[in-house]
Design a protein around this ligand. Structure first.
Ligand code: ZN
Length: 216
């Protein structure tokens, strides 16, 4: 055993500084705390060749070969270039603008959208000190002009910051003549009225559709 449980608490991992450092790093990952970090480290130590070594190599490879594209903000391979904004085989006339790469991955895996992505890297927010210059908004305008884009779909969050950002992007695109749309907000599928928060209910009312009596 590398560590022992004492009254439900784990003692320091035998004061081995490398192990302490690894636990500290792993516990900074989303959804993990010190306890799960310790379990992960122990698993790695017990699987040196099957897990620890390939994982260490893989981390180095990703660190060296993957970076954010400076034009569209998504992840790109440093050896093959960006397959989102610089793809030779795929040509689209739409760009979907999202706040971060996790949003891109969710939309991609839902298969509801075929087109380019543009990842801002955050939202305009007075509290987080995020400045307009930090978001990839001017490169979005450039992309629209250069690639005969017909529609920009704003898929920012339904938060004040997300909507302020969407508004600012719409303004920045006004000289390009591109069609700008925004994701609808309203009742979630399967949502019951009584369980909705005020913001969702307000937006569902505001974006209501008129029903036709005689559909043709
Ligand atoms: Zn790119």
């Amino acid at each position: 055993m590398v560590f022992q449980a004492l009254n439900g608490q784990f003692n320091l991992m035998q004061n081995i500084s490398e192990i302490e450092e690894l636990i500290k790093l792993i516990s900074k990952l989303p959804g993990l705390g010190p306890k799960s970090a310790k379990r992960i480290v122990l698993k790695l130590i017990n699987s040196r060749d099957e897990l620890m070594k390939p994982m260490a190599n893989s981390l180095i490879e990703v660190y060296k070969n993957v970076s954010r594209c400076k034009i569209c903000g998504t992840l790109k391979s440093n050896s093959y270039g960006c397959n989102n904004c610089n793809s030779k085989d795929k040509k689209f006339n739409k760009i979907c603008v999202v706040e971060n790469i996790a949003d891109q991955w969710s939309i991609e895996s839902s298969n509801i959208y075929q087109g380019y992505f543009h990842i801002l890297g955050g939202t305009l927010s007075s509290s987080s000190g995020q400045r307009k210059e930090d978001l990839l908004i001017s490169s979005l305008v450039e992309r629209v002009k250069k690639n005969s884009i017909e529609e920009v779909i704003l898929a920012t969050s339904a938060t004040v910051e997300g909507q302020t950002t969407a508004h600012y992007i719409k303004d920045s695109l006004k000289d390009t003549n591109v069609k700008v749309s925004k994701l609808a907000q309203g009742l979630p599928v399967g949502g019951e009225i009584e369980s909705l928060d005020d913001g969702t209910l307000f937006s569902a009312f505001k974006n209501r559709n008129y029903l036709k009596n005689n559909p043709d």
